[in-house]
Ligand binder design. Structure first.
Ligand code: ZN
Ligand code: ZN
Length: 267
């Protein structure tokens, strides 16, 4: 018996996302935004096979979250879960390609079960049709997964607050984005309330959570062009210290872009 949740951030960046979450009875994936070949390579890296996967949870329809979905569904009959209109959109997309898929429509705030996991999708503020994050509760642990959001709403904060472990986006450093080579409309989109979280935004949330005793964080979906691990961790640590919160007991981790072999355990 594992008696914990294991988190494997197999792919995490603006160019492709896929997390593997494992309880003592269940293996699931969150997003499949890499090629089908990369999905299989990712699973092999952690000694898993596609046939081990009980479900795939999709956060939204952007390509960095669904790139491998069509081929995955063509070759396997794994149940796919997505929120509201995202589920309709994915069903239509797969039907157009003559792919029969087991798409399950779920709704914001309504929990569903996958074996020993209770999962609740929640709304995120992002420029997609029905974007969501997921709160995942096992017999022993609570995890909240929130990437691709322009702001952290009170509701998202509540899920983070009542979790043992937060996977949260830290997409860009404001200065790197400002002085980088992205065209103005793209910079504007990223910074908007329907875009992505900056390191400063994430630092503020971490500070609020740390001040009420939360101590386990994994930062995800870093931009390759407008962020890096050192800049992010400096921003977070400085913000904590400014607020007189010692960093020694707080676990601050950064998900690597590709297959690093990292595993995080929530006991
Ligand atoms: Zn997105
Ligand atoms: Zn994304």
């Amino acid at each position: 018996m594992i008696k914990m949740l294991n988190i494997h951030p197999l792919y995490s960046s603006s160019s492709g996302n896929m997390f593997h979450i494992e309880s003592d009875k269940t293996d699931i994936l969150i997003d499949v935004g890499v090629s089908y070949k990369a999905i299989n390579e990712g699973l092999k890296e952690i000694n898993k096979n596609i046939s081990d996967i009980s479900a795939v949870l999709i956060t939204h329809e952007h390509v960095d979250h669904i790139k491998g979905l069509s081929l995955l569904c063509r070759k396997n009959s794994i149940p796919i879960y997505a929120c509201g209109k995202t589920a309709n959109l994915l069903s239509d997309m797969l039907k157009e390609k003559n792919i029969t898929a087991d798409i399950n429509k779920v709704f914001y705030g309504q929990p569903f079960k996958i074996n020993d996991l209770e999962i609740t999708p929640f709304e995120t503020s992002h420029d997609a049709i029905s974007p969501c994050g997921y709160n995942i509760v096992s017999n022993t642990s609570k995890l909240t997964y929130a990437t691709d959001l322009g702001l952290v709403s009170d509701e998202v904060f509540e899920y983070l607050k009542f979790s043992d472990y937060s996977v949260i986006e830290a997409n860009y450093d404001k200065t790197m984005l400002e002085f980088g080579k992205y065209p103005y409309p793209l910079k504007h989109r990223i910074k908007s309330d329907l875009g992505h979280l900056s390191n400063d935004d994430t630092a503020n949330i971490v500070t609020k959570l740390a001040s009420i005793g939360k101590s386990q964080f994994l930062f995800a979906h870093l931009s390759q062009n407008n962020n890096n691990k050192e800049v992010l961790l400096n921003t977070i640590e400085n913000k904590l210290l400014e607020n007189d919160i010692p960093t020694s007991n707080i676990s601050l981790n950064v998900a690597s872009k590709n297959l690093s072999g990292e595993v995080y355990n929530i006991c």
